[in-house]
Structures are given as C-alpha cells and as structure tokens.
Design a protein around this ligand. Sequence first.
Ligand code: SAM
Length: 243
Amino acid sequence: MSKKMTVVFIVLAFLLLTAADALTQSSENRRHPPARRRSRTAVTGTASQNAPPIAKDQNEQTILGQLDTMYKEQRRGMMNISPDDGRILRLLTESINAKRVVEIGTSNGYSGIWFCLALSKTGGQLITHEIDSGRANLARKNFKKAGVDNLVTLVMGNAHDTVSQIDEPIDILFLDADKAGYMDYLQKLLPKVRPGGLILAHNTTNAGPQMKDYLNAVTTDKNLDTVFVHRYAQGIGITLKKR
Ligand SMILES: C[S@@+](CC[C@H](N)C(=O)[O-])C[C@H]1O[C@@H](n2cnc3c(N)ncnc32)[C@H](O)[C@@H]1O
C-alpha cells in the first residue's frame, strides 16, 4: 500500500469511529439524559413511562387511593418524592421483607405511606421523623385516611437528636430531610442498620453537591455497596450494608 493510500485509510477509519461514538452517545443520552438537560416534568416525576400500579385488594386500594389524592391535592410545598420513587421504596421494602423502616423527613406522610403499602404485607413498622409540627399533623391525618396509622410512629423534633432513641435492628433507613445532614444521620444510624439492610438516600442527583461527604462515604467503604437509580430525575442512592 502506498503512503498516500495508508493516510486515506487512517482518516476514513477515524471518521467511522467518531461517527459510531456519536451515535452511541446520542442513544445513551436518549435513555439517560444528562442532568443539565433534564426537563421539569422528569424532575417532578410526572413523565413516568410506567403503567400505574394496580391494587390487588381493598387494603391496597385504600392506600393507593389516598396516595393519589395526596399527589393531586397536597404536593405543593410538601417536597414529596415522585410516585415512581414511591414504588421503588415499596418494592425494596417488600422484597427484603423489611420489618423496621426508619424515615428521616416525613413531610405530609407521602413517602411514608408508600412504605406502609409494603409494611402492611410484611407485618412491619415505620418510624418517621419530622421537625415541622404543621406537616407532622397533616401526616397523622393522612396516615389515618390511608388506614395505616397503626403501622406508624411519628417522632417530632430535630432528627439529628431524636434518632438516638431508635432501637436496632433497622432493615431500611430512608434519608429525605436536610441534605447536608445525611452524613450525620449515616454516622449515627449505620451501626443500627442490620447486615443485609439498606440505606436509601433521596435527591442524590439534584442535591448531590450538598451531600458530597455522604456520597463519598457510601461509595468508598468496602462494607457498603451503592448504586444510584433515577439519576435523570431527583436520584435515589441505594446502599447495601454487606453481611
Ligand atoms: C423533602 S421533605 C420529605 C418528603 C417526604 N419524605 C415525602 O416524600 O413525602 C423533607 C422534610 O424533612 C423535614 N426536616 C428537615 N430537617 C429536619 C430535621 N433536622 N429533623 C427532622 N425533620 C427535618 C422538613 O421539615 C420536611 O418536611
């Protein structure tokens, strides 16, 4: 092959590789849009591609009905998780047969009721923490309307202090309060999470910069394994405390 032919061949190969890479990137971006380009609907979770959950029995119907009402009528100012994120909490709780779920950040009880959908089947309990009395009162009413108030203990006050009262073992710890406080909650509660238990952290995408210490801790400890889901929306960090 002449020198000229070799140069033409190399240039053609380079162009082909660049085009293939651009195609792969664009299909990856369609599946997982980069955070800076995500749409408002994706962040609020209203652009779900999932079919809605189907109630299996009257108990599920009551709980799902109350969740639907809260989503339509109350979510303004409540900083609730999206319905899809709620379904992930339910799936994880039921699949590890969790009996004791600890939530930091109750708000009006929306995420707590998703946990209760699972706990009503596993025979478990939710201990949820809230600093704001107005939201806590609303949560109590919502737990009652969903018929899950017997599954819930609501602890009022600053969770950085009140978590010291929590008994072990915790099957699932869900962090969804002050984002800069996640590391403190992890340090105080990780010893009480059972081996094989999960630590779930909400807003790992949109509030990632406020919880860098937490993200570093759960991704660099050999005793933990962490994956991030729904990264294109608010993001949930799922951390396994290894056995
Ligand atoms: C993002 S909202 C929780 C939303 C809720 N998990 C849901 O999806 O329905 C955060 C809540 O944490 C509460 N919070 C913030 N700092 C707190 C603290 N130090 N102790 C307890 N609750 C706190 C806020 O008052 C607020 O209601």
